[in-house]
Ligand binder design. Structure first.
Ligand SMILES: *Cc1c(COP(=O)(O)O)cnc(C)c1O
Length: 418
């Protein structure tokens, strides 16, 4: 029997609508920022109910522009959850400021608001919650805390389009909200992002800095209505989104709700299949918010071993990933700021036990079934092996060093420390 085709961890959902949109732009010969980017800004801004939208080359660019507009300066502090991607904290370093990492909570891996409060100092200049996996963070509590200290909130919503919090659109919850259209995200432009805000002043600064600090719709200078004259009023960046990408984005945007509904259906089937398995913990989405379902994370209960589980999934033709290796466990942040793995115990434990399973609208029902069957089979097989007293040689060092090791009966066993 031939082995079944590999199920990749992520795959963009591209139809003839996307292909046609891109070829139309190429035929028009206007391939950099222009009318499609303008239209995408209007439509995406409307989709997230934001007054102002600037389309940019990535969510990383969006976060950088937002913190620049927040006037983050060298030696300022910006509060960032440790359970996130590199981009959320590196932009703080771009501005010479200090990313102050905080822990998350176990139920949904969103930032722990009490930890934010403890981390605030007179040097704090901004708070950057991440809507982990597509579930909005506790925005009412975060915004109330920020208001009480006169701090702006810049939301990293790279995972979180489309979704709602207490009936409100994800684009309306923070002072500034940053989205990603990277190839694996819930809608894609290949590479791309957007930054949205309700404030005309913030929007103006971010638009200015997104294209060389040149005033007044600089892209128009090569059109019939444009003029050769321009003024540089600040040393800006090169963060514009081109029309090829924007056209792809317009086609994806039209399908965003349908693609989200498909991911929701896949998540429901995973939930139903895994809920009864005692070796698998599921994350939860609070009832007052919706989930964009960018990620589907399961947490394995020891003795089931995460690293071995991922290898065995791969051997059976299923791609998986881990979101995230917490920032504080990466050499740069660990060595620069002196963090230990257990500095953020919830994120550390979540990291050592998490697997992200494939969840994307282009998945077929048969592929979803195969992921379910394989996960249940591996979880049962690993538990049976463990209960026959096999050694744990295959465990990677960081898993053996974790604070989360339990014996087959579920009791905590002594753990190694790094
Ligand atoms: C993907 C991602 C980003 C960066 O997005 P880009 O568009 O690739 O720059 C930022 N934050 C989080 C949480 C992400 O997952």
């Amino acid at each position: 029997m031939t082995s079944p085709a590999f199920i990749p961890f992520a795959l963009p959902d591209l139809t003839s609508a996307e292909l046609d949109a891109v070829t139309d732009v190429l035929r028009s010969r206007w391939i950099t920022t222009g009318p499609r980017a303008k239209e995408f800004e209007a439509r995406f801004g409307a989709a997230v109910e934001a007054a102002h939208c600037v389309a940019v080359s990535s969510c990383t660019a969006a976060l950088h522009l937002a913190l620049e507009a927040a006037r983050v300066r060298p030696a300022d502090e910006v509060i960032v959850p440790t359970m996130t991607f590199a981009a959320t904290a590196e932009v703080v370093r771009y501005l010479g400021a200090v990313p102050v990492l905080v822990d998350v909570r176990a139920s949904d891996h969103n930032v722990d608001v009490a930890a934010i409060e403890r981390a605030i100092t007179p040097r704090t200049r901004a708070i950057v919650p991440v809507h982990f996996g597509g579930v909005p963070a506790d925005m009412d509590e975060i915004v109330a805390l920020a208001r009480s200290r006169d701090l702006p909130v810049v939301a990293d919503a790279a995972h979180a389009f489309p979704c709602r919090y207490k009936g409100r659109n994800v684009g309306t919850l923070a002072d500034v909200t940053c989205f990603s259209f990277y190839a694996t995200k819930t809608i894609t432009t290949g590479e791309g992002g957007a930054v949205v805000t309700g404030s005309a002043g913030w929007a103006e600064r971010m638009r200015l800095m997104s294209l060389h600090g040149i005033s007044h719709d600089a892209w128009k200078r090569y059109t019939a209505e444009g003029s050769w004259y321009y003024e540089i009023v600040a040393p800006g960046f090169k963060y514009n989104l081109g029309d090829i990408a924007a056209a792809l984005g317009l086609a994806q945007l039209a399908r965003a709700e349908a693609m989200c509904a498909r991911r929701e259906a896949i998540a429901r089937r995973y939930d139903d299949a895994f809920r009864e398995d005692e070796a698998i913990e599921l994350l939860t989405c609070p009832a007052d918010r919706t989930n964009a379902h960018h990620l589907y994370v399961i947490k394995l209960v020891p003795p089931v071993d995460r690293n071995r589980f991922i290898e065995e999934l791969r051997a059976r033709g299923i791609g998986a990933s881990v979101h995230f290796i917490p920032l504080h466990e990466h050499p740069y942040y660990r060595d620069t700021y002196g963090y230990l793995p257990e500095s953020f115990p919830v994120a550390h434990d979540a990291y050592t036990r998490s697997i992200s399973l494939p969840i994307y609208s282009a998945m077929t029902d048969a592929q979803v079934d195969r992921v379910i069957d394989t996960v249940l089979e591996l979880s049962g097989a690993q538990r049976r092996r463990a209960s026959f007293g096999r050694s744990d040689e295959a465990r990677a060092p960081e898993v053996r060093a974790s604070g989360a090791v339990r014996d087959a009966a579920g009791a905590a066993v002594p753990v190694l420390r790094r």
